[in-house]
Design a protein around this ligand. Sequence first.
Ligand SMILES: [Zn+2]
Length: 448
Amino acid sequence: MKIGIEIHVQLNTKSKVFCSCTTQSSEEPNTNVCEICGGFPGSKPVLNKETLQQGIKVALALNSKIASETFFSRKSYFYPDMTKNFQITQYETPFSINGKLDNIRIKRIHLEEDPGALIHKGSTCLIDYNRAGIPLIEIVTEPDFKSPNEVRLFLRKLITILEYLEVYTRKSEATMKADANISTTGEKVEIKNITGLKEIERALNYEATKQKETPAKKQETLGWNSDKGITYLMRTKETEDDYGYIYDPDLVKIEIPKELVSKLKSQIPELSLDKSSRFKKQYKLNKEDAEVLASEQKLAEIFEKVAEKIDPDLAAKWLIRDLLKIINYNKTTINEIKLEVKHLIELLGLFQQGKITDKTVKDLLIELIKEPFSPKEYIKKHNLEIISDSGNLEKLCKEAIKEQPKAVKDYKEGNEKSIYFLTGQVMRKSKGTANPKEVEKILKKLIR
Ligand SMILES: [Zn+2]
């Protein structure tokens, strides 16, 4: 099986690609529109330099070659969400070619404008041009994937890179669009306009299974129906010639000086792959932990700050096993939580010193992602420090023994499990601040 994909990514610029309209989404349709992105006759597009610079950064991070000059073409586009009947894109001269991410070759990366949005309501169709002119880069791979799962892993990696470059936010995952081509032993079929990361994998899985059973006899272009979870025939394959590309006379040829490329290269931060291997070495973490921590820039940043003060192994464990779990459970993201690093250091510091139990750490983490407060003060105020004074513990144990004569009798008669029940009673009395091993020891001593 061979799969190739074309991914459209919305860049993260303040204004649109050929005009100064904002890219911020608006509740009101058709409010972020001017004569240029509205496609009025006679309007003159001007390239927003920031879009090209973000594109070049992505291309560099994907080990691609940057062209010394680039220009734009018009591609026939006869749909009402783009009034001028063509889309400004790049065809003959993309700004970047020949990249690679892991073992996947990247054929080209080019810049283009997004069309508006068609909103279907019953038998009517409304058009919102707020999205028209939002900058997109299209990343085209060679047919190097051997399964839909490889595509998924690639897209995950790509998203991490885009986030590190700050040209993308994970929120737009649902709006990520892709076209995919797939072939087994038969002809190549193309699935157009799949929206959302999850849908891309679903559509590919569906078509991969179908192609294995009955390989395509002729080249076809398919659509994806996400409601039904099936592909459907749109048309037999058109070629690039059918789009009738012509150079756009309104946009000038753009030179990309070497100095600009090296300047942009110097602005690329340490990417996740390099970061995870550094974490492995510098903090002596295992491979999986290092990779998880480096998979999100914010998480990596929190980890490094905490690891300055707390045992890195301990910090990694709490971040991966607990913080991420709590974040997922609350359906939020690491970038949205209110947790302040200084408070996390305070909390883990107390745990490291043996002053609080892991239950207390977990309980406080749940609260700290919602609002910042000092764990030290909270723990003091609510008496959550571990009762280390054994006199006090003994008192609680004696109480439990007195209240639970049956459990004591059972234990004496050889039912080992009763001691856990009694330990639980003492833990409850101590509000979870006692050390359970210590409690068990004292209980056994007192009962004998
Ligand atoms: Zn505009």
